[in-house]
Design a protein around this ligand. Structure first.
Ligand SMILES: Cc1ncc(COP(=O)(O)O)c(C=O)c1O
Length: 511
């Protein structure tokens, strides 16, 4: 049997539980590209879901790991210290918010969330957790119990962890449908809250759900999600029983949604007011991805516990939490731990990763490249009005396509005559693989996300954009929706894309 046939056969002995974008076998990776066992070269705009922020196999990370492998691979943290973990803690201290300078290390993002939940319960002596609609925190029972981004992640696994209450995240038009609870749809009365700068505004805004959908964006919020947290604290989980409020600074699996600053500041204030810990899950947003070291910097807030993983070690399994010594001191020694956490090779790779991010200015690069990518997508939207929304900070960029379901709450400035069928982005991402690029979708709507390495070059970005445009054009042929006459003015032909006008001369758009 030849090698290709052997590999093909071996696929059958892996569990089918992993859902997978493509069937290719990746043999090696370098920078923004991966190479398959069949000799294909693919541009990687997934970065292994936000892991290879320094690109595949960055030489400095490779060297640090290789050097460490030959020296010492494993010391169990309950037995002794090792140098790489101490070096990593010192390096991390320079990038996390001041005061969050004691660390616990584990292997995966889910484990970091588990650690945060356990620490919050020990530190407060309280049982309950408030999490948010659209959130993703991992696949273990605890992390899954605070995850609300898709039925599929939870279905069939009950009973889940008790004591979890779910509040709406602040992105009204992505949530599709009116918020329930204390907001009154009849008079639109909202009391209290904060304006976009995080100042208390005395409340009393009167908005109907459509106005809210138009008002609520990244720079402003109707404050209803904050009211809903207060509502939960008044009706379901008293502050005296609530250990922590847990959230992502930008929803990852929930569709790359960045909330307004006032929302994040408001959550911090609610936590302070009621003596509740704030846990920020920066597993996907951490280490430069959003154009800042951590997403929290966009909002000028400091959590009590910070979860990190993924990009920390460029692909080695390593995660952890950061908290103040005061909070960490309440964690009963021996009540948490793990055999493999803080693996020596992973820690050495992580220290090198952090140094590369600093030396190569990758946090700033993420901002610049992110701007370029969003600008290209905005130009593309002029020609393909099926794109309803372009969003996300730094190189955490999403494009959402309009479907019939969006008619319930149309996107501001979007023409609902242009829509795609459900399943479009699934087909689009597969088409991208055919055309030479790995790209993922996210959330329950038709959204694709671009997560290239932070050191992606301008040429690679343009290549990815060209592959995306070509794939979109091909996929739209099948997934373009002919809107009914009610939605479309009579006699008007709606092409599936808008042709370039003469001035553009049919040339490719560029930054
Ligand atoms: C925000 C967030 N938290 C937690 C996790 C879980 O991480 P892991 O898959 O490493 O357990 C993820 C994974 O995508 C994530 O995006």
């Amino acid at each position: 049997m030849n090698r290709a046939a052997k590999l093909q056969n071996s696929k059958a002995i892996l569990s089918p539980v992993w859902s997978r974008l493509s069937d290719v076998v990746i043999e090696r990776g370098q920078g923004s590209f991966v190479y398959t066992s069949c000799g294909r070269k693919l541009l990687d705009f997934t970065s292994g879901i936000g892991v290879t922020n320094t690109g595949h196999c960055h030489p400095k990370v490779v060297k640090a790991a290789q050097d460490q492998v030959g020296k010492l691979m494993h010391v169990q943290m309950g037995i002794a210290y090792h140098e790489p973990v101490l070096q990593l803690a010192e390096e991390l201290k320079t990038v996390v918010p001041k005061g969050l300078d004691q660390f616990f290390f584990s292997n995966s993002g889910a484990e970091s969330v588990e650690a945060a939940l356990k620490l919050a319960r020990h530190a407060t002596g309280k049982p309950n957790i408030i999490s948010f609609q659209g959130s993703f925190h991992g696949r273990t029972i605890g992390a899954m119990s605070v995850t609300n981004s898709k039925n599929g992640y939870r279905a069939g696994y009950a009973p889940l962890m008790a004591g979890v209450h779910v509040a709406p995240y602040a992105h009204c038009y992505s949530m599709k449908g009116p918020l329930s609870g204390s907001f009154s749809p009849t008079n639109g009365q909202i009391s209290g809250g904060h304006n976009a700068n995080g100042q208390v505004n005395g409340g009393g805004s009167k908005l109907n759900s459509t106005q809210r959908a138009q008002t609520c964006g990244q720079s402003a919020c109707c404050n209803e999600p904050l009211n809903q947290i207060e509502n939960i604290l008044a009706t379901q989980s008293a502050p005296s029983e609530t250990a922590a409020i847990l959230l992502e600074p930008v929803l990852g699996e929930g569709g790359y949604v960045m909330p307004p600053r006032s929302f994040m500041k408001g959550v911090r204030e609610i936590c302070d007011k009621h003596g509740i810990l704030m846990i920020l899950d920066e597993v996907q947003t951490g280490f430069g991805r959003t154009g800042k070291w951590f997403g929290l910097e966009h909002f000028d807030i400091k959590p009590d516990i910070l979860c990190f993983a993924k990009a920390l070690s460029s692909g080695f399994p390593l995660s952890g939490i950061a908290a103040s010594p005061e909070i960490q001191s309440k964690w009963v020694p021996g009540s948490h731990g793990g055999t493999m956490g803080a693996n020596a090779v992973a820690c050495a790779a992580a220290t090198a990763t952090l140094q590369v991010i600093k030396e190569e200015g990758l946090v700033e690069k993420a901002q610049v490249r992110g701007e370029q990518l969003r600008s290209l997508l905005h130009q593309l939207r002029e020609r393909y009005p099926q794109i309803a929304d372009i969003r996300g900070p730094g190189l955490m960029v999403a494009a959402e396509f309009y479907t019939q379901a969006d008619d319930v709450r149309p996107f501001p400035n979007h023409d609902p005559r242009y829509a795609v069928k459900k399943g479009f982005t699934g087909a689009l991402t597969k088409k991208c693989v055919e055309n030479g690029m790995l790209l993922l979708n996210t959330g329950i709507h038709e959204t694709v996300r671009f997560i290239p390495a932070l050191n992606v070059s301008q040429e690679e970005l343009e290549l990815g954009f060209d592959i995306f445009e070509q794939s979109m054009k091909e996929t739209l042929k099948e997934y373009y929706v002919e809107r009914d006459t009610e939605a479309r003015p009579p006699q008007q032909q709606v092409p599936f894309f808008m042709p370039l006008n003469d001035e553009q001369g049919g040339k490719k758009m560029r930054m």
